[in-house]
Design a binder for this molecule. Structure first.
Ligand SMILES: Cc1cc2nc3c(=O)[nH]c(=O)nc-3n(C[C@H](O)[C@H](O)[C@H](O)COP(=O)(O)OP(=O)(O)OC[C@H]3O[C@@H](n4cnc5c(N)ncnc54)[C@H](O)[C@@H]3O)c2cc1C
Length: 402
């Protein structure tokens, strides 16, 4: 069965990027039908909350929905939950779903995000991870057992889950390959502060420790590390990164290279097919290379941008300054721009050890990014500086005395 009249804009993925694209289409004046499909049964919720307030507090509070039903009805946006795309036919302009139906499109937006990279035990069991509201229930269940929880991965998710569980009094062990957590994003000094923050809150950290195998035992799990040690632990949650959700596009003709490859405007190599959000690897006009971000605000902004381009039949380049934040033990760390390997990390304001600071990252007097904690006013300043292509000297000059 072919659904839709073929003039529809079909958006695959009803989360930050997909829903923003739908809104952008209406904002830009698109009057035709918009169909958004998603494989999740209840898509479209505040995903960052999963590893923060929703896990740190006891109870079964649900994540906040991104849109109300009225919002969708008012704008005439049809959402098809529980409809996963399993294939794409670019010649006949059809998306094929897990129900076996074909949805016809005139324009298509790919907004399928990423999936958690699986860690599989030697017994063939995939360890739990935290990406969806269903995963949240499983993670909560680990927390109520009273036993320690071990996190494999000291990235954003592993650290946030560790912090949330510690706030609930659950003992945690974090195993990370890196010597210092998030150092690539915030620099060594802030990463040391983050590490010490976890230690001060009673987390056990095994850093510089690569996991080589996980085996299920009668009492829990045995985790083998590259240095030869074996840790015997109870529950384990994996947070070792993610992979773009592009399986359904394999062989479709849409160019894939660690994500869906797009030009600066969000167009893929296939006319009428666009991509936005975590799944999109977008050409950065300033750097002349493709970049893919897994940032909430980016997904929203790029989704809207693609929707507007589509509605207005324009190809405006997407040039927003990347932004991501993380919350750990009551501290919100904001990261703007993109710190690069080898960058100098200058303390512009405050003092890192106190948890109130502004760091500028860059090299050769070029400003590449900023890490801001507790000095929220600096966010606006640094956004402007980064947008304007400012120098490290400009960043130093923009410091506000305490
Ligand atoms: C626990 C957690 C905490 C986070 N915290 C932060 C944070 O503090 N700050 C920050 O900046 N970012 C954070 N992020 C990242 C942020 O959530 C993502 O950048 C954002 O969700 C990306 O939005 P998206 O719409 O591109 O993709 P997603 O939110 O991943 O949505 C993709 C949607 O597509 C659907 N889908 C996938 N495949 C198919 C298919 N074949 N057919 C139909 N539908 C499909 C999925 O079900 C999903 O609903 C966090 C992520 C997680 C998991």
């Amino acid at each position: 069965m072919v659904r839709s009249d073929g003039n529809a804009v079909v958006i695959v993925g009803a989360s930050a990027a997909g829903l923003a694209a739908a809104d952008g289409l209406r904002e830009g004046g698109h009057t035709g039908s918009i169909i958004v499909l998603d494989s999740e049964a209840e898509p479209g919720y505040d995903r960052p909350m999963l590893s923060k307030s929703l896990l740190a507090t006891k109870g079964n509070a649900e994540p906040r929905p991104l849109r109300t039903r009225e919002h969708m009805v008012d704008r005439g946006i049809e959402v098809l939950p529980g409809h996963g795309a399993v294939g794409l036919d670019i010649d006949r302009r059809l998306v094929v779903t897990n129900w076996g139906e074909a949805i016809a499109w005139e324009q298509l937006v790919i907004a399928t995000g990423v999936t958690a990279r699986p860690v599989v035990t030697t017994g063939g069991v995939t360890l739990p991870s935290l990406r969806t509201r269903v995963d949240l229930d499983a993670t909560r269940a680990l927390a109520v057992g009273g036993k320690p929880v071990t996190l494999i991965g000291a990235g954003f998710i592993g650290l946030e889950v560790a912090a949330a569980l510690r706030l609930r009094g659950v003992n945690v062990i974090v195993i990370g390959q890196c010597e210092l957590p998030l150092a690539a994003f915030v620099g060594d000094e802030a990463a040391r502060w983050l590490r010490d923050l976890h230690l001060a809150h009673g987390a056990t950290l095994e850093l510089g420790a690569a996991t080589t195998a996980v085996t299920e035992t009668t009492t829990g799990h045995a985790i083998r590390l590259a240095d030869g040690r074996e840790l015997h632990v109870d529950s384990v949650l994996a947070g070792i990164g993610s992979d773009p959700a592009t399986d359904w596009l394999l062989g479709s003709g849409v160019e894939l290279d660690a994500g869906v490859v797009t030009d600066t405007a969000g167009r893929t190599n296939v006319p009428g097919v666009w991509a936005a959000g975590d799944v999109a690897s977008t050409l950065d006009p300033r750097l002349g290379r493709h970049r893919r971000f897994e940032h909430w605000t980016h997904a929203i902004e790029q989704g809207r941008h693609v929707g507007l381009n589509l509605a207005r039949r324009t190809s405006e380049p997407y040039t927003a300054v990347p932004y991501v934040w993380t919350e750990q033990y009551g501290h919100t760390v904001h990261m703007l721009g993109e710190r690069r390997p080898g960058d100098t990390d200058l303390v512009i304001e405050g003092d890192v050890a106190s948890g109130e600071f502004v760091l500028a990252h860059g090299s050769d007097n070029e400003l590449h990014g900023a890490t801001i904690c507790g000095r929220i006013r600096a966010l606006r300043t640094f956004k402007k500086l980064l947008r304007a292509g400012a120098t490290l000297d400009d960043a130093v000059g923009a410091a506000t005395p305490a």
